[in-house]
Design a protein around this ligand. Structure first.
Ligand code: AMP
Length: 281
């Protein structure tokens, strides 16, 4: 596995691969890798001739009071994990490589970026869209793989790719969970044992919602209220938001019809975790 730190070398390698007729699969990450990330790598290896993974803790997607500085990092472990998973190249640029002095250009996916997580994290998706567009330009992938855990993120990236006529297929991969249902996340490392135990309530509440809809619930307000009461019963959890929305526009729905996205964000102490489920009736 090649470990590449500069934009110019990454571009040159990708150019070479394209000349050889290889199809490039790309998995952007912020590192501190887990099985969720590796599931994206596997999907890429199944579809593309070569797979590039980026590890870049993107400063522009963190708010001023968020965890950019203390976001967990372990390049050595990540690179061993990726090598083992059969990745061809690890792109690991530093901040100045992606945002050199004088950097001024940002991408905004209007409307979608302001809903759900965008409300509690203003500017977050502007940072995400910007870095992903830059990484797409550097790597030039045929396919890019994203996890359904970040449902709003995939939707925004798909919208950006369509709006800007990008020649990349965006592939959404299912959420990988711990045995007790907690969605894998690099941020789970922040949880002490009590909060880790309490964190189960996110997926428990979504599974309840799935059952409720299966049993005939069609009122989104009642569904959201039911989820909230499950979350509120966990004293270590504090709700950021719970919403039932249209999966394409992210606008709240009143009635459960067709497909809906139920998305939530919950704080356990200072750690903010997200989860979601798509429900179809
Ligand atoms: P991150 O490193 O958290 O920015 O995540 C990088 C990619 O991995 C994103 O596309 C995430 O949606 C995806 N991902 C993170 N956690 C999971 C998970 N538990 N299951 C599936 N994909 C995930």
């Amino acid at each position: 596995m090649m470990v590449i730190k500069t934009v110019s070398v990454m571009k040159a390698l990708a150019r070479e691969w394209r000349r050889e007729g290889k199809r490039i699969g790309f998995v952007p990450t912020m590192g501190y890798l887990h099985e969720g990330h590796i599931s994206l790598v596997r999907e890429s290896r199944g579809r593309a001739g070569v797979t590039v993974v980026s590890v870049f803790v993107n400063p522009t997607q963190f708010g001023p009071n968020e965890d950019f500085k203390k976001y967990p990092r372990d390049l050595e472990k990540d690179s061993a994990y990726l090598k083992e998973a059969g990745v061809d190249a690890l792109f690991y640029p530093d901040g100045g490589e992606i945002y050199p002095p004088g950097y001024r250009t940002y991408v905004e996916v209007e409307g979608l970026q302001d809903r759900l997580c965008g409300k509690s994290r203003p500017g977050h998706f502007r940072g995400v869209a910007t870095v992903v567009l830059k990484l797409f330009d550097i790597v030039g992938p045929d396919f890019a793989f994203f996890g359904a855990k970040d449902a709003q993120q995939v939707l925004i990236i798909k919208r950006m790719a369509a709006d800007l006529d990008l020649d990349v297929e965006i592939v959404t991969c299912p959420i990988v969970r711990e045995p007790d249902g907690l969605a894998l996340s690099s941020r789970n490392a922040y949880l002490d044992p009590d909060r880790r135990r309490a964190a189960r309530v996110l997926s428990t509440s979504l599974r309840w919602a799935e059952k409720a809809v299966g049993a005939g619930e069609r009122d989104a307000g009642r569904l959201v209220a039911g989820i909230r009461s499950i979350l509120e019963a966990e004293p270590l959890a504090r709700i950021d938001y719970v919403e039932a929305v249209d999966p394409e526009t992210l606008e709240p729905v009143a009635e459960i019809r067709g497909e809906i996205l139920v998305a939530l964000a919950v704080f356990l102490g200072p750690t903010r975790l997200i989860d979601n489920i798509r429900l179809t009736v």
